[in-house]
Design a protein around this ligand. Structure first.
Ligand code: BGC
Length: 722
C-alpha cells in the first residue's frame, strides 16, 4: 500500500477524464526508458489524438520538408474491448469513474475506468503500461476486465497501427504486417534515411478464449462470469536497424522471451531498476509537497529520455514525448538537462557528451562551410550532427515565410557544449574521458572561435558581429554580452586544458594538438582574444549591455501585461519586438547562472538582475528556472520560489499552452538546477571542491539530495537549522 505522503508526492493523476486536455495529458503521461518514448494516448483511440512512439536516433528527411524529423513509429498501443458487442469508449455508454495515474517512482501508467454499457452491464477496466528499464526494447501493457454487474461476453481486439504519420508527413514505406499465433509483427523502413523498423507484439490471455486473427488484429472472445477478472498481456518489442541488420528477428525473439518471463517478473525488475535510478536522482523536500511532486515529475521526464546504452544519440528539446522541434537537439541538453545527469547519473551524462564527440565531423563541416577552421556545432542537431535548423518558418497567414537565423548565428552553442564538457570533467574527475574525447571538443571549438573573433584595430579589441544570444527576440546583433563572455571564458579554459594535457598526458596531448593544428601562434592568439574581448557594459553601474545598442532601445513596461501566455514578440510583431528592450529569456541572467562568482561580486550580480529581470518575457520555457536559480543565489527567496513553481508547473499545468508538442525538457532539467544550484547552493570552487551555500525557502523543513563528486556518492542534507 502506498502511503498518503507518497501518493501526494509520487503520483500525478487525472480525474475525472477531461477530453479537452487530451493532448496535454498525452504528453505528461509519456512513458519511456531512454530508448523509446510512448505518449499517453488511450488504447481505444480518440478523434484528434496524437499517438506517438519515438525511439532515439531514427530521423528521416521527407521530400518537401525543410529538415529531418524524428520518425513516429507504428503505434503499439491499440487494444479495443467490447462488452456484449458494445465497444468500450469513454464517449459512449456511461463512465462511472475514471482515474489515470502516472506513478513516477515506478515509471508506470495506470488507468482505471468504471464503465456501464447501454444495456446496464458494469465492468471495471484497468489499463497498465510501462517501458521497461531493464530491457529497453520492451513496452509492456496489461488490460484487465472485471465484471461488476452482469456476466458479459467480452471481446478484446489488439493491433499495431502502422497508419501513423508525423502530423501528416509520411516517413514510413514498405509497411508489412503479419498476424498469427497471438503475435503481430509490423515492419517498415523510413523513406529516405532507410532505417529498418520492426515491432513485434506478443500476447497472452489469463483465461480460456477463442482467438482469431484477421490480418490486421488479434481477437480474443470469452464469457466473463460476474465478479471475475481476465487480463490480457501485450508485450511489444521495438528494434531498428540501428541495433542490428535484422530488426524483425530481434523483435520477435525479444517479445517471445519477455512473454515467457511474464508481466509481473518484468515489472518487478523494472521497479528495482527505477529504485536505483531514484536512489541517486531523487531530491527530497520536506515541508512542501507541491514542490516535492513537481521536482520528481521534472526529474522523471529527464530520466525517461536519457539514453542509457547508446552514445550516438541525444535528448531532443521535447524529449521523446512529442513531435515539437522535430526531435532536434539544442543547447537545452548540455546546459539544462545535463547538469542533473552529471551530478546524479554521470554515466548517462558521459553518453550524451559522446554524442557531441561522435558528431564533431558535422561541426567541422559547418565551420568549413562558413569559412572557418575548427568545429562549429549546429544549433539544431539530429542523427548525423549536421546543422538541421530550418532556414525558413512555416508559411505565415499571408503566405510569406520568415527567415530563421538561429542556425547561422546562434553560435554560442559551441561554447555551451565546451562548458558542459568541462563541468562533467570537474564534477567527475573523469580524466580518461577528457583526454580521449572531451579535450578535443573543447579545443576544436576554441579553434573555431580563434578564427571567428574579429579584431577591431581602431579600438584594439576583439568583437563578434551578427550573433544571436539566448534572447532570440533580438537577432543578428553585435557583441552579445553572453556570447562574447562565454567565448572569452571558453578560450581561457582551452588554454588551461592544453597546459593540463601537456603536463599530465604529454604524449596524448601533443598528438591531439598536432592533429588539431593547435600551434604556439594559435594559442597566443587565443590569449590575446581572451584578454581583449569586448564585453559591452555601462561603465558606471557595471550592468552589461546585452548587445551593442541595447540600452538605446525602447523601454517597454510589462507590468500590466499579465496574465499573458502568448509571447510578446508574437503580440508586438517581430520587427517591433526587435526595437524594444523586452527579452525572450534569461540572457545576461543566464551568464550569471553559468559563471557564478566569476561573473563578478554579488553587488554587481544584483545590479544586473535589477536591470534585466523586469525586461524578461519568459517567452521560452528555459527562462523561469534560470531566473529561479539566480534569484536564490542572490537571496531573493520570494521571487526565487515563485519562479521555481512557475518553471516546475510549465508542463504539469500547461502554463505555456503548448505542452501538446512535448515536454519542455530544458525546464525540467532547469528545475533541478534551481534547487541544487540555487536553493541548496551547490557548486564547485576553484579547486573543484564541493561547496554548499544554502538559501532555502522559509517553509522548507529540509532538502536532501545526492551528488557524485569525483566518483563518490555524497548525500547533502539541509534542514532549516543546519
Ligand atoms: C529557445 C531556445 C531553445 C529552443 C528549444 C527556443 O524557444 O529560445 O533557447 O533552445 O526553444 O527549446
Amino acid at each position: 500500500m502506498i502511503s498518503p505522503v507518497d501518493r501526494r508526492t509520487w503520483l500525478v493523476s487525472e480525474a475525472p477524464f477531461n477530453p479537452f486536455k487530451l493532448h496535454h495529458t498525452e504528453t505528461i503521461f509519456t512513458v519511456g526508458n531512454g530508448f523509446m518514448g510512448v505518449r499517453g494516448t488511450f488504447e481505444e483511440g480518440y478523434s484528434g489524438d496524437m499517438p506517438t512512439t519515438l525511439v532515439h536516433g531514427i530521423f528521416n528527411h521527407a521530400e518537401g520538408d525543410l529538415v529531418p524529423d524524428i520518425v513516429n513509429l507504428p503505434n503499439p498501443l491499440p487494444v479495443q474491448v467490447r462488452v456484449d458487442g458494445e465497444a468500450f469508449h469513454m464517449t459512449t455508454g456511461k463512465v462511472l469513474g475514471f482515474r489515470r495515474t502516472l506513478d513516477l517512482k515506478r515509471a508506470a501508467l495506470t488507468r482505471e475506468v468504471l464503465w456501464r454499457t447501454s444495456q446496464g452491464v458494469v465492468v471495471k477496466l484497468t489499463f497498465e503500461r510501462f517501458a521497461s528499464l531493464t530491457d529497453q526494447h520492451l513496452l509492456l501493457q496489461r488490460v484487465r476486465v472485471r465484471a461488476l454487474l452482469g456476466s458479459p461476453r467480452i471481446e478484446i481486439r489488439s493491433s499495431v497501427d502502422a497508419q501513423v504519420t508525423n502530423l501528416g508527413v509520411q516517413h514510413l514505406a514498405d509497411v508489412h504486417r503479419q498476424v498469427d499465433a497471438a503475435e503481430i509483427l509490423v515492419t517498415a523502413r523510413t523513406t529516405h534515411s532507410n532505417y529498418g523498423i520492426a515491432i513485434c507484439a506478443a500476447h497472452s490471455l489469463s483465461a480460456e478464449s477463442s482467438l482469431e486473427a484477421d490480418g490486421e488484429s488479434l481477437r480474443y472472445t470469452f464469457n466473463l462470469p460476474h465478479e471475475n477478472e481476465v487480463s490480457l498481456t501485450k508485450i511489444s518489442a521495438i528494434y531498428t536497424t540501428r541495433q542490428g541488420a535484422q530488426p524483425a528477428e530481434l523483435a520477435q525473439k525479444a517479445a517471445r522471451a519477455a512473454l515467457t518471463k511474464g508481466y509481473e517478473a518484468l515489472f518487478a525488475a523494472h521497479c528495482a531498476a527505477w529504485e536505483q535510478y531514484w536512489h541517486t536522482s531523487d531530491v527530497q523536500i520536506e515541508g512542501d509537497e507541491l514542490a516535492q511532486r513537481a521536482i520528481r515529475f521534472s526529474t522523471y521526464h529527464v530520466l525517461i529520455a536519457a539514453p542509457r546504452h547508446d552514445e550516438r544519440v541525444s535528448i531532443g528539446a521535447k524529449t521523446l514525448s512529442g513531435l515539437g522541434y522535430k526531435g532536434h537537439v539544442f543547447w537545452d541538453t548540455e546546459l539544462f538537462m545535463l547538469p542533473l545527469l552529471i551530478v546524479t547519473q554521470p554515466k548517462l551524462a558521459r553518453n550524451l557528451l559522446l554524442y557531441r564527440y561522435h558528431n564533431l565531423e558535422g561541426a567541422r563541416n559547418k565551420a568549413r562551410a562558413y569559412g572557418y577552421e575548427g568545429a562549429m556545432f549546429p544549433w539544431e542537431s539530429a542523427d548525423t550532427g549536421e546543422e538541421t535548423t530550418p532556414q525558413w518558418s512555416h508559411p505565415q497567414p499571408d503566405g510569406t515565410r520568415i527567415r530563421i537565423w538561429t542556425g547561422d548565428h546562434e553560435q554560442h552553442i559551441s561554447s555551451d557544449i565546451a562548458y558542459a564538457v568541462l563541468q562533467y570533467w570537474r564534477w567527475t574527475g573523469d580524466d580518461e574521458f577528457f583526454v580521449k574525447y572531451g579535450a578535443e571538443i573543447v579545443l576544436d571549438t576554441a579553434v573555431f572561435w580563434g578564427c571567428r573573433a574579429e579584431y577591431n584595430a581602431a579600438q584594439d579589441r576583439y568583437e563578434l558581429s551578427m550573433q544571436i544570444g539566448p534572447d532570440e527576440y533580438h537577432e543578428n546583433v553585435n557583441n552579445s554580452a553572453f556570447t562574447n563572455s562565454m567565448v572569452r571564458w571558453h578560450l581561457q579554459q582551452a588554454l588551461a586544458a592544453r597546459d593540463w594535457l601537456l603536463t599530465h598526458h604529454r604524449e596524448a596531448g601533443e598528438a591531439l594538438l598536432a592533429r588539431l593544428n593547435i600551434t604556439e601562434a594559435r594559442c597566443a592568439k587565443w590569449a590575446d582574444i581572451a584578454a581583449k574581448m569586448y564585453i559591452p557594459r555601462d561603465a558606471e553601474t557595471g550592468v552589461l549591455e546585452q548587445f551593442d545598442g541595447f540600452f538605446g532601445l525602447e523601454r517597454f513596461d510589462l507590468t500590466h501585461w499579465q496574465p499573458r501566455t502568448v509571447n510578446l514578440d508574437w503580440i508586438l510583431g517581430h520587427e517591433r519586438a526587435q526595437r524594444t528592450m523586452v527579452i525572450k529569456q534569461a540572457d545576461v541572467v543566464m551568464l550569471m547562472a553559468l559563471l557564478g562568482d566569476q561573473f563578478g561580486a554579488l553587488e554587481l550580480q544584483q545590479a544586473n538582475w535589477d536591470f534585466y529581470y523586469p525586461l524578461v518575457d519568459h517567452g521560452s520555457s528555459l527562462s523561469p528556472s534560470t531566473h529561479a536559480w539566480v534569484a536564490a543565489r542572490l537571496g531573493l527567496l520570494e521571487e526565487a520560489y515563485d519562479l521555481f513553481l512557475y518553471a516546475s508547473h510549465i508542463d504539469l499545468d500547461d502554463l505555456k499552452g503548448n505542452v501538446r508538442d512535448g515536454i519542455h525538457a530544458a525546464a525540467c532539467g532547469g528545475v533541478w538546477q534551481a534547487v541544487a544550484f540555487g536553493f541548496v547552493g551547490m557548486s564547485l570552487d576553484e579547486r573543484g571542491e564541493l561547496q554548499i551555500k544554502p538559501k532555502l525557502p522559509a517553509h522548507w523543513r529540509s532538502v536532501t539530495l545526492r551528488a557524485y563528486h569525483r566518483g563518490q556518492l555524497k548525500t547533502v542534507r539541509l534542514t532549516a537549522e543546519s
